[in-house]
Design a protein around this ligand. Sequence first.
Ligand code: PHE
Ligand code: NA
Length: 459
Amino acid sequence: TGLQDNTSAKRGFWSSRLAFILAATGSAVGLGNIWKFPYITGENGGGAFVLVYLLCIAVVGIPIMMAEVLIGRRGGHSPVNSLRLITERDRLNPLWKLVGAIGILAGFLILSFYSVIGGWALSYVGTSASGQFTGQTAETVGAIFSGLLSDPVTLLAWHSLFMALVMTVVARGVRSGLERATGILMPSLFILLLVMVGYAMTSGHFSAALSFLFQPDFSKLTTSGVLEALGHAFFTLSLGMAVMMAYGSYLPKNVSITRASITVSVMDTGVALLAGLAIFPIVFANGLEPGAGPGLIFQTLPLAFGQMPMGSIFGTLFFVLLVFAAWTSGISLLEPIVEWLEEQKGMNRTLSTLVAGLTCWLLGIASILSLNLWADVAPLGMFAAFEGKTVFDLLDYLTANILLPLGGLLVAVMVGWFMSKQALQNELSLSAGSFRLWHNTLKFVTPIAVLVVFFYNLS
Ligand code: PHE
Ligand code: NA
């Protein structure tokens, strides 16, 4: 399979620790950080939401990432096979393999709309390069974005191109080249975001953005906002769907799972916070609405690119890097389904990529239509919880807020309650105190947090 190809391809120049960090960061850092984090932060009133999100990363995200990586390394195979091996070897209930099934379903559903947003980013590469943002006002930049959303054919073309990019790489199975590129392109994205933050500082509205992001006003926090923060912690770290299990099988025994997991989580969080710091000063400087929704970055960053020196070049570069970040995440979303088709249905890699990719592409069309022709269609609108939610909203809600936390809950309970402590400690080799902290967090804090948040939202 592709992962095994990868494992052999990485031998040589790239150390395995780096191979893991690159693959895991490639999956984690994506549209979740730059597109989703700022807009849901804006919708949920800022500071208090950010605080809960950071708490979720620390208390739920990092312990679960460690657990997933641990399963992957102990199992040493694809997630489905790793889970099978571990449940057999450690005599656990075979039902824990459900985590793999959730991963396959969640990856499929997420990629269908992720690719549509990846398409927006692709289309903005061209818009920036042609200088269309230069000197524009908030109104005209907003009009360019609404123009894109209202045009299903153009959206379909970009969605198709993004899906083709993802499928091409997954079909070939070997990704070491792309992962090597992650080591250059992710730092470039980071630096470019720093430049944007620097530019935002000169706008005169930087302190307003700082207090919006970091001064918690708990009166603005709702129970659904807490669920969204929790769900986003899973989404942004690529947790709850066995992706990190797949990459954990890369990791040699002498590398610290704890340090590798913390490194990936810190980098991911850093990119999200930088994106927030780059975007909100522009929002306040131009009197825009922080809660503008999914279009937020596409309506704010182009304003900055349009005003700053060499803005077309910076803008083009930025959207190219955003596409790359989304691409490496998209690959990790498609991989589980393709692997499952190969292993369980006996299809070859090309055929399984075609079947999985084209089905996903087809479902993506529903998300495209929900941005224009079906904008008023709420398929589950008869339930109060889903009132006014379009197909796109529903897919996002179901995956990020329900499936991923559920997958993470299963991992936490399986590892925290059912795997032998000795086996876990052998993998982690932590000090007794740190091990206890991690184990108790996974055993009690994580499941209780997820269950309480679920209960308040679904009751
Ligand atoms: N973590 C990715 C992002 O932030 C999205 C993703 C979710 C990728 C789940 C893989 C699995 O954009
Ligand atoms: Na992310």
